[in-house]
Design a protein around this ligand. Structure first.
Ligand SMILES: C[S@@+](CC[C@H](N)C(=O)[O-])C[C@H]1O[C@@H](n2cnc3c(N)ncnc32)[C@H](O)[C@@H]1O
Length: 219
């Protein structure tokens, strides 16, 4: 799926169908307590909706994304000068700036479990103790990734309830994501985050398969 993001048409379709609503952006800026003392990194920053808002509150922000078209859109959105974008794959995170607030929405599920572990280990080198990382993504709150097949029926029921009228339109993408990408169980996210010294302090479910986590770097 990652390769699809290199296609401008795919990125455009995505940004239209799954855009990041402004109230949610404000919610996460508050959750991260972003202030002028902060350096913020957004991983899989997409079209820059979050970063352009965060830049107004932070000292400096940066975004990492492998898609040129997403980064082009993101650059256009920036109204200030305190930002930088890195066209990178998550497997290549050398020479990033230091930062103390991290964010990733709908992006880290592209990584397999072993890749998630490597990712958190690598970024933690750039984050001081006490740093915060917030992730909104596919989180199976009731089972692990290995138990996906066994729980498929209930998962589909929960999807129908969560997406409501939008379900038929989104079904194909969502099922693709469950089957071919790597959303995983809360306990697997916990293990992956702990590879970077992060401890989950808050995990909120919007549905049994989706929500956010706030983790603090304790080591
Ligand atoms: C579903 S979009 C989410 C964009 C944005 N965070 C949002 O919430 O609107 C996922 C983003 O992650 C990026 N992405 C996916 N896999 C990646 C990888 N392995 N390395 C870097 N970026 C990746 C894609 O290019 C895309 O912009």
């Amino acid at each position: 799926m990652s390769l699809l993001w290199k296609k401008a048409s795919y990125a455009e379709k995505y940004s239209k169908n799954y855009f990041f609503p402004d109230p949610d952006i404000r919610f996460f800026i508050k959750k991260l307590k972003i202030s002028k003392k902060d350096f913020v990194g957004d991983f899989g920053c997409g079209d820059g909706a979050f970063l352009s808002a965060a830049a107004k509150k932070a000292s400096f922000v940066f975004g990492v994304d492998m898609s040129s078209s997403q980064l082009r859109a993101a650059r256009k959105k920036m109204k200030s000068k305190n930002f930088k974008f890195f066209k990178r794959n998550f497997s290549d995170l050398a020479n990033l700036p230091f930062f103390n607030k991290g964010f990733a929405r709908k992006s880290l599920h592209h990584l397999k479990f072993s890749e998630k572990k490597k990712f958190f280990k690598k970024i933690s080198e750039k984050m001081p103790k006490g740093s915060i990382f917030v992730i909104e993504d596919g989180i199976f709150f009731l089972f692990s990734r290995k138990e996906l097949k066994k729980n498929w029926g209930n998962l589909m029921k929960d999807c129908r309830k969560y997406y409501g009228k939008e379900w038929e339109k989104k079904k194909k993408d969502v099922i693709y994501c469950f089957k071919k990408e790597y959303p995983c169980g809360l306990s697997e996210w916990r293990k992956a985050l702990s590879a970077g010294g992060f401890v989950i302090k808050e995990a909120k479910k919007y549905s049994s398969f989706y929500g956010y986590m706030l983790a603090v770097k304790e080591k």
